[in-house]
Design a protein around this ligand. Structure first.
Ligand SMILES: [Mg+2]
Length: 254
């Protein structure tokens, strides 16, 4: 197996399952750290702040710097700062997104925005969606943290950010730029900030349609682990194969 400089690990289904750590993944992170390599954690979850994700990893015995964690909320904020500096933003989203934008020094407004950005918002309502539609119709750039149409909860599958984003897209006829996986923006943010080249990087995850395709779209190596969403036998039927297929990260030799 090749040695990389930037190991980009998905979280849910790869490092933990909900509230339970995946022991082989925690050990894999420790083995990397023993070699002096700090892995990156790359999640589509835009509702939790970097600090909340950091605390969750810490509870599972993973000690890392907050700056090693890349969420779709943070990547959206970094994308705006890099490509639309000094522009104002109207936000539909929760703490994770609001804090990420504040952290990057981006001004949030309630009207006349240059950019509309959407993330999962449990307090979403008609008025917020109406404002998003009006701003997009007035020419605001339209961004969204991720495409997830539904996400699992104890009550069953609940509507995800992609469902609300689709509503605004359908009403306005404007398609958004999605930031989260399977797009490569989060990986690009890591490359750009740390000065990596694509050959240095590998994306590791359990979900073929998000994690593996993000790596494929960004043209870096990928590792599918059989610890979460996509069963290995389903991955093996895909036209585009990950670079490596592993039962779990215990099989990765560094
Ligand atoms: Mg996952």
């Amino acid at each position: 197996m090749k040695n990389y400089k930037a190991y980009c690990l998905d979280l849910d289904g790869t490092v933990y399952r909900g509230t339970e750590p995946i022991a082989e993944a925690v050990d894999f992170v420790r083995r990397l750290q023993t070699e002096g390599i700090e892995p990156f954690f790359v999640t589509n979850n835009a509702s939790m702040t970097q600090r909340q994700l950091h605390q969750k990893l810490s509870r599972f015995g993973i000690e890392t710097a907050e700056s090693q964690i890349m969420s779709s909320a943070l990547a959206a904020a970094k994308y705006i700062k890099r490509w639309y500096p000094d522009k104002t933003v109207f936000v539909i989203g929760s703490d994770g997104l609001h804090q990420a934008l504040a952290q990057e020094g981006i001004t949030q407004v309630e009207q006349d925005a240059d950019i509309v950005v959407m993330g999962i918002d449990p307090a979403v309502n008609y008025e917020k969606l109406a404002t998003a539609c009006l701003e997009v119709r007035k020419g605001a750039v339209f961004l969204s943290t991720n495409r997830d149409l539904a996400f699992p909860s104890e009550r069953g599958l609940l509507p995800g950010n992609g469902a609300f984003t689709t509503l605004v897209a359908a009403s306005t006829g404007v398609d958004p730029v999605y930031i989260g996986k399977p797009e490569g923006h989060m990986l690009d943010a890591i490359l750009y900030e740390h000065g990596f080249v694509k050959n240095d990087m590998v994306m590791i995850g359990d979900n073929y349609d998000t994690d593996i395709l993000a790596g494929v779209h960004f043209e870096i190596d990928t590792v599918h682990v059989n610890t979460g969403v996509t069963p290995m036998e389903d991955v093996m039927k895909k036209d585009v194969q990950p670079t490596y297929l592993l039962e779990h990260l215990g099989f990765w030799t560094i």
